[in-house]
Design a protein around this ligand. Sequence first.
Ligand code: SF4
Length: 435
Amino acid sequence: MSTIMEEARRGVNPLIKKIAEKEKVSEEFVRNGIASGRICVPCNPNHNPEPRAIGEGMSVKINVNLGTSRDIVDLDSEIRKMKIALKYDADAVMDLSTGGDIDAIRTRLLKECPVMMGSVPIYQTGLTAARKNAVVEMTEDDIFNGIEKHAKDGMDFMTVHCGITRETVNWLKKSDRLMDVVSRGGSFLTAWILHNDDENPLFKNFDYLLELARKYEFTLSLGDGFRPGCINDASDQAQLSELMTLGHLVKKAREAGVQSMVEGPGHVPIGQIPMNMHLEKKLCHDAPFYVLGPLVTDIAPGYDHIVGAIGGAIAAQNGADFLCYLTPAEHLSLPDEDDVKEGVMASKIAAHVGDLCRGKNAEMDERMAKARKKLDWDEMYDVCIDPDKARKYRSRGCTEKQDGCSMCGDVCAVKIVNQYLIKEGNIVGNNNNDC
Ligand code: SF4
């Protein structure tokens, strides 16, 4: 059976038409992007989500991480978190569950999730081995059986840390990193390579991974196991060595007709973000880039959704296609429902800023500016990303019948200028305005 990438190589089809219409670009642009691998559409037929495209020329997408932990297992709460993410238009959800009945949680989330869903199968595999004895005792079969199980269940994309190799581990040994490895999957595989004195099974058997991806039509999200975990560690040999390996694997995936994207840092000083984005695009042949932040400082636990949104906006301006959200609970605890909402909104703002840089969705900002000029609050609520919050704030000291808000009260600058300013040749102000 043909894959989504192979079908795009044959010509325009209904999936491509749907994406072209949604993204307001030509069908040929989408077809060419998917066929070449510069755009991916994670869409496992066993899940069959509403298709959304990630990559060159597409609007910037956001992902919301959900899932239980050893200490907090509450599936109903995870479902509520997912509904919050969907209400605010998250493009993707990842189930990173590590507590409770992981299989049951994954299948329930998949059943209730209309957008693309991803997972990191090695979490479950490593945990199972750790609970028996040790992470390093997971076998190659365990690793691939875990991936196949998630694929059968319908995962649309999966993080696979194929770029950690004996060579990249050697770079890590020689590095002066402060945080060494902060990726969970990365830590499992680094320990496995060192303990077993063997090559990473995901790298060694990459052709078999491609066979599975073809069979089930899932997108490879090539994980950055050596992503910097603090800004001191950014852009070093260990990170870039892994990135170069991922570039090589992107090419192999394309030859096999398998969709892939590349995951990126991590903690990065703001000035290094453009270089990191450009390097990924160059070394990974313009593969869609999925960034985890980037976080531009290490010192703001409790506010990492803001730290990540600053980095995410700059990353999107410089080529990142897919932003993984961060919540205020990052580095501290499993997020609750309020944290999920805060994280989604911060990430949506970063993605929209990225869209503006790509010449997309500027009409939303224009609508808002025009509504503000007319003091048309209904229109403002309609276009803004969080109408409930906007309404709540405006109600402080002001009724809906008033024109301005409690910020300037009866000296509302917009109202005053609307009363007196008549633009030459073009009346912008509204002299009939009641304000
Ligand atoms: S009162 Fe001030 S802040 Fe409020 S709408 Fe008028 S100018 Fe804007």
